[in-house]
Design a protein. Structure first.
Length: 135
């Protein structure tokens, strides 16, 4: 399955010549269809932030972030509706596909100062206040 999906040359998610998501692609996901999905989860993340005691900094880790639609929706909603939570938020996207990372970088450009692309398995230090999410 790893080779079928993530092989650098022929993997489904790594081929740059293939449209995977959207109307012309093989499937559609909720974050790309409406910003309401990210906004709804921003509310959940805001509550989680306060459940953690409103730390001065915390991290949202998204596994398989794709083209960045979800990350953009969450960060935009936090910035607009919960600026104090937004100010404390760092965002890590664990995404294997270089093509998806490239597309996500363009989409989340307004938030580039708080977003990193890193493999969760490669984090060298624990994240004291974090939520790990995959959609």
């Amino acid at each position: 399955m790893k080779a079928a999906l993530y092989d650098e040359r022929d993997g489904y998610y790594c081929r740059r010549d293939r449209v995977r998501q959207g109307r012309q692609g093989d499937y559609r996901t909720a974050p790309e269809m409406s910003p309401a999905f990210g906004a709804a989860f921003a509310n959940y993340f805001m509550k989680s932030y306060f459940d953690l005691g409103a730390p001065p900094s915390w991290t949202i880790v998204e596994i398989g972030g794709g083209k960045g639609d979800f990350a953009y929706g969450v960060l935009r909603s936090l910035q607009t509706n919960f600026p104090n939570v937004f100010d404390a938020t760092q965002y890590i996207i664990d995404e294997v596909s270089a093509d998806a990372q490239s597309q996500a970088l363009s989409k989340i450009a307004p938030f580039k100062d708080r977003v990193q692309f890193r493999a969760l398995s490669e984090l060298s230090e624990p994240l004291p206040h974090a939520i790990i999410f995959s959609q």
